[in-house]
Design a protein around this ligand. Sequence first.
Ligand SMILES: [Zn+2]
Length: 150
Amino acid sequence: MDADTLLKSNGLPKRMVDTVSKAVRSRIMSRIRGKDTKPELLFAKYLRSKGIKYRRNVRIQGHRVDFRLVGTKTVVFVHGCFWHGCPSCFRLPKSNRTFWSRKIELNKRRDFRLSSLLRKQGWLVRTVWEHAGRPGHRKIFIRSLKRAKQ
Ligand SMILES: [Zn+2]
């Protein structure tokens, strides 16, 4: 499958893809690579360094969650700052603003619905933002984790 087919299967019309900036395109590609996006790998590494056991990409009643901490009823979502509309980092791209704002808004709503659903079923739901894994943000990582362990 070539990149364009992949992009289309990811819900992005080719016309749109051709006009997105290089930065956005690389975000799209990292999304397509799917399960092993870098922030998730970083977080997995971090959990291992703390000796915390986890399962990745677990399905709970048909919904995929990024991490489930073994022996607890805790799930952790590792959210990319762009795709999930991080409150501190998200900036709308300069081109195709309507398209992107709608797309990111839908993602945010989906995230919200899924967390609410899991919480109702007694899961502790934690979100770790991509920016927490960037250099200089280690403390945020640790804080996210402490909350996750509660
Ligand atoms: Zn962020």
